[in-house]
Design a protein around this ligand. Sequence first.
Ligand code: PAF
Length: 282
Amino acid sequence: MQIINEISDLREIRRTWQSSAKVIAFVPTMGNLHQGHLNLVREAKKQADIVVVSIFVNPMQFGPDEDLDAYPKTLESDSRLLDDLGIDVLFMPSANDIYARGLEQQTFVEVPGLSYMICGASRPGHFRGVATIVCKLFNMVQPNLAFFGEKDFQQLQVIKAMVTDFSMNLKVFGVTTTREDDGLAMSSRNHYLESKERKLAPTLYKKMHELVDEIQAGRRDFSRLTQEYKLQLAELGFNPDYLEIRNVETLLQPGHEDQHLVLLAAAFLGKTRLIDNLQIRL
Ligand code: PAF
């Protein structure tokens, strides 16, 4: 595994792959790798000849009161895990290199609509930051395939929309959420949970299943249903941000004809914001 920090060095090695017909897969991350990330890499390895992983904690996607400074950094163990998996390149650029003209001056990419709803409404500017960094990294790595976790479901839809809108020559794959044995979706932010909160955390996913069971049993009053479950979550000790049932692709409110939906949830436990989702086929 080669560790590359400079964009110019990445471009250099990218040029050496140019002439061969090798398939290049890319897995962008912010580090602090867990099994969820490693499963993205395993999936990438199955489908490509060359796998590039990036670690970059992207300041542009954090709000002013969010956890940019506290975001866990475990570069040594991350690089060991990636080396063990046999990736080809670990790209770890600096913020100065990535945002060479400064964050304020940075040209941005924003997918309208999708970026403003649900998570985007709670975290203004977040998806602009995500789309911008992913676009920049795609320009640097120039992958044929790119892999993202389905856990960040709205992020995945934003990136797919950007790739379509800019006619980018690559295929985006969503990989099923990796869960702990008790059902909690793996996330770097789970480390923030105190032990009492950690015990309660999987209840979010259990409650989401109960809600979906009610839909499968015939309930269609989605707005009342999500309201009921938000109250239940609050009684259990969560501070629910949203619980939304949407069309799985557009993330718009579902119409009567929609058969494939997704339940999207975000809730705080103490200071930790958990997100999760569950697809629903009617
Ligand atoms: O999902 C993440 O870890 C980040 O949002 C991503 C896609 C690496 C962009 O910074």
